[in-house]
Design a protein around this ligand. Structure first.
Ligand code: 26W
Length: 818
């Protein structure tokens, strides 16, 4: 690794301030200083970036293209610095320039090009790919506005635009030389080519120019810099007089508008398919651009397109990029003259699909009318894929007509993207053991029975470099002092901490670091919420997207229940607790927004009730995002992972908490199951229905929350408080919808997510949490063991599995020559 030279670096920062802003250090503001530092860092990595790509070309490596609508990368500067092992040199340089690295890092807006789990997973995967030395491109969209900024006003969520590119992005490089054209609409005509063959050509279409921007993904201490390539759209030509003459004025305007709108904004829906035309345009836009470029790049160095799968593999991050299948077929047949069978052979050897959710409202299905109008050639190809797939189903199940109904790609007037991905992909994976089992035996049962060899599990992971080394520097240093720094690139080593779990001095040190991190978070909360919280209280944290299945409602109902108990019995034995929430609700998800309001309203009442002596505090952290997540995970005692069993595919927040020494309070859902396997049930708090029980109730309809309401006075009291104005200043209607959802269900099933059913079990688990926390040594031991046993949950492990079992990639070593 090239060493970072402090003196040179300082000069670079000063030069950039001059060149970019015509300012000296003393005149520049913090944002300008951040920009100058970022450019200086980019300067340093660009040699490695070039060397990486030179090495890839020389060795003619196989490359994975990770196609994703979302990359929730967060801030880049701090992460790049730690991956360069340049923390100290850069910190010193910056200090000598009279600046503070934390302040500089704080100037960078989060790149929030994602909603939640799926987008953040993609970002962790890129970090691991580079650190492990695997050749990879991330392919996505350069949204002008990322995930909205959440502002809480009066307890309500408001959405503000996230203008993350306002000051420009110092890390990106625009690559107009790689621009490609992407076509929409029109019709498909059959024309003769120069050799007299029939050709399918799209005519009378509208098109845009896709322009890539490259972002560096820096591996840890290994010279490897992969590329995250995000596409922007520009109008194909500027308005020319020709169009006027031809009377195409209208079309020229429409094309301009198309280019302007495609990359405007990230859809802020998590686990909910809205079915908007613009969303399908976004999908085809970035897929077509990425696949065109991948094919061109391959053909620059090879001559037989029939072998592209030997050098290229496309991983589809959920169904969002599934048009890849048809786009690749189109390019192979229409542009490279492959026959259907040849093209299908290549396509089915190069596409693999990851499923991230079983929530039925998340499944992507597009109306035929919309799909065929927007993507006429792609639609033709999907029709033919479907026709052949249906024949295959019929051949496999000649006596069972229901199979076609359940498995066809086109059915009921819709294109079913998951079915397309499964039919064409060579691999279908779930993201945690339990999730994969549910896919195989419930949701995708028919597909599994027909094509069992495609199905496999890849349990998710997270990068310890961002979520421990960067986010929790005190703990990171302590761990390194104890066991050395191998854990940074091989998290299995963190298990060596286990021997310290019973050592009282180590326990004290560990909890002392936790305390300091709680003080850091308390300061953040004071500054951002104006609420005073006691760092000695239990920090009980639930941060994730707001969704009914994630059951933030169970958490806050339990807070209401505890508060009632405390009011009834002020002298009761009660360990002070701070309940911390952070969650964005999709802008149109009314019930989710109402739950945010409830959390804030409950907080207002409880936090201002002097009679309980601050024993309970409720904090809603505004605008939860990657940058404040790092601070939150480091400070948590209790990790709330309380989804209705079977609904959370994996969860990844659960792993970040564990890594930072929080104890999981959770259901046997998603990766929680594997967390408990690793750390032991005695070091977690498990409660609630199992996934089998939930699924059984869903089938037999035998659950009636009214029975619980009628028989349990405490629950009844809490529910009544939703509609008697206790938390809404006398407004009985404010939380009526939440109340109804639990008891009436309005068309759907009442209490679909089994909140009342799991309530008692949850409350009892919470009692175990309190009892455990009171035993300081025992808690410290459990907390340390959580960190020690988190080795499995590194995204490095996950990526090794993908690389070996799905992608078949080789690792590359990169040398930088000056
Ligand atoms: C079409 C609308 C839409 C948008 C986003 C549907 C589905 C999604 C994502 C697949 C939702 C998502 O982020 N799923 C989460 O993926 C994580 C990474 O695998 C898992 O850890 C979470 O359990 C899962 O909810």
């Amino acid at each position: 690794m090239k060493e970072l030279n402090k003196v040179e670096f300082k000069k670079e920062v000063e030069d950039y301030l001059k060149v970019l802003f015509r300012k000296s250090i003393n005149e520049a503001d913090d944002q300008q200083k951040f920009q100058a530092v970022a450019y200086a860092v980019k300067d340093f990595i660009v040699d490695q970036w070039m060397a990486t790509h030179r090495t890839y070309e020389e060795q003619d490596v196989k490359t994975v293209y990770y196609l994703s609508m979302e990359f929730l990368t967060g801030r880049a500067l701090g992460n790049i610095i730690i991956n360069l092992k340049g923390n100290q040199a850069i910190k010193d340089a910056i200090e000598e320039l009279g600046m503070d690295l934390d302040v500089i890092e704080d100037q960078e807006p989060d790149a929030a090009l994602g909603n939640g789990g799926l987008g953040r997973l993609a970002a962790c995967f890129l970090d691991s790919l580079s650190t492990l030395g695997y050749p990879a491109y991330g392919c996505g969209i350069r949204y002008k506005y990322g995930m909205f900024k959440q502002v809480i006003e009066n307890g309500y969520q408001l959405e503000k635009p996230d203008d993350w590119l306002k000051y420009g992005n110092p890390f990106e490089i625009k690559r107009p030389e790689y621009a490609v054209e992407v076509k929409f609409g029109g019709y498909v005509a059959i024309r003769k080519d120069e050799c007299g063959r029939d050709k399918f050509v799209q005519e009378n279409y509208q098109s845009v120019r896709a322009i890539p921007y490259d972002l560096p993904i820096v591996g840890y201490n290994n010279n490897v810099v992969n590329t995250l390539r995000i596409w922007d759209a520009e109008p194909i030509d500027t308005f020319n007089l020709d169009s006027f003459d031809k009377g195409d004025y209208q079309k020229a305007v429409e094309q301009e508008n198309l280019a302007r709108t495609i990359c405007e904004v990230l859809y802020p829906n998590d686990n909910h398919m809205a079915g908007k035309e613009l969303r399908l345009k976004q999908q085809y836009f970035f897929v077509s651009a990425s696949i065109q470029r991948a094919v061109m790049k391959y053909m620059e160095k090879h001559d037989d397109i029939r072998k592209i799968h030997e050098k290229v593999v496309f991983q589809l991050n959920d169904t969002h990029p599934t048009v890849t299948v048809a786009e690749l077929m189109r390019i192979l047949m229409d542009e490279y003259n492959l026959s259907w069978d040849e093209a299908w052979d290549v396509t089915t050897k190069s596409c693999a699909y990851t499923n991230h959710t079983i929530m039925s409202e998340a499944l992507e299905k597009w109306p035929l009318e919309l799909f065929s109008r927007l993507l006429p050639r792609i639609y033709q190809i999907i029709e033919e894929i479907n026709r052949r797939f249906v024949l295959q189903i019929q051949a496999a199940y000649p006596d069972d007509n229901s199979k076609v109904e359940k498995m066809a790609i086109i059915y009921d007037g819709q294109v079913k993207m998951a079915h397309l991905a499964i039919a064409a992909g060579f691999s279908v994976n779930g993201v945690a053991k339990l999730h994969t089992e549910i896919l195989k035996h419930q949701e995708l049962k028919d597909f599994y029975e027909m094509m069992p060899e495609k199905f496999n599990n890849k349990t998710n992971g997270i990068t310890q470099r961002r979520f421990l080394l960067h986010g929790n520097p005190l703990l990171a240093q302590w761990i390194t002092d104890k066991i050395g720094d191998d854990w940074i690139t091989n998290l299995k080593h963190i298990n060596e901490l286990s021997v310290y779990a019973d050592d009282e001095l180590s326990q004290k040190e560990f909890m002392n670091i936790k305390y300091k991190n709680k003080v850091r978070l308390a300061k953040y909360i004071k500054e951002h919420n104006g609420i005073e919280v006691d760092p000695r209280s239990i920090f009980d944290v639930q941060v994730k997207r707001l969704h009914e299945y994630k059951r933030q409602l169970l958490n806050i109902l339990h807070v209401m229940y505890l508060y009632n108990k405390l009011k009834q019995n002020p002298g009761m034995d009660f360990y002070p607790r701070t309940f911390i929430f952070g969650a964005k609700a999709s802008a149109g998800y009314m019930r989710a927004k109402s739950i945010i309001k409830l959390i804030n309203s409950v907080g207002d009442v409880i936090n201002n009730d002097a009679s309980i002596n601050g024993k309970i505090k409720v904090v809603f952290i505004e605008n939860y995002r990657v940058s404040n997540a790092e601070i939150i995970f480091a400070a948590a005692d209790v990790s709330e992972q309380i989804s209705t069993a079977s609904k959370e595919a994996s969860g990844t927040g659960n792993m970040k908490f564990m890594l930072n020494g929080a104890l999981t309070l959770g259901t046997m859902d998603g990766a929680n199951v594997e967390i408990v396997d690793e750390v032991g049930e005695e070091n977690a708090f498990i409660f609630g229905l199992s996934s089998d029980e939930v699924i059984a109730y869903e089938h037999n309809g035998q659950y009636n929350p009214r029975d619980i309401y009628n028989s349990d006075a405490d629950i009844r009291a809490v529910l009544t408080q939703l509609v008697d104005g206790t938390y809404s200043q006398g407004n009985f209607e404010e939380f009526r919808d939440i109340y109804n959802s639990l008891l009436d269900g309005q068309g759907g099933r009442p209490d679909m997510y089994f909140i009342l059913k799991d309530f008692r079990s949850y409350a009892e688990a919470q009692e175990r949490v309190e009892a455990a926390y009171k035993d300081e040594k025992k808690w410290a031991r459990s907390a340390m063991l959580n960190t020690a046993k988190s080795g499995k949950f590194s995204s490095d492990r996950t990526i090794e599995e993908y690389a070996k079992e799905i992608w078949h990639l080789d690792k590359v070593k990169v040398e930088v020559t000056d």
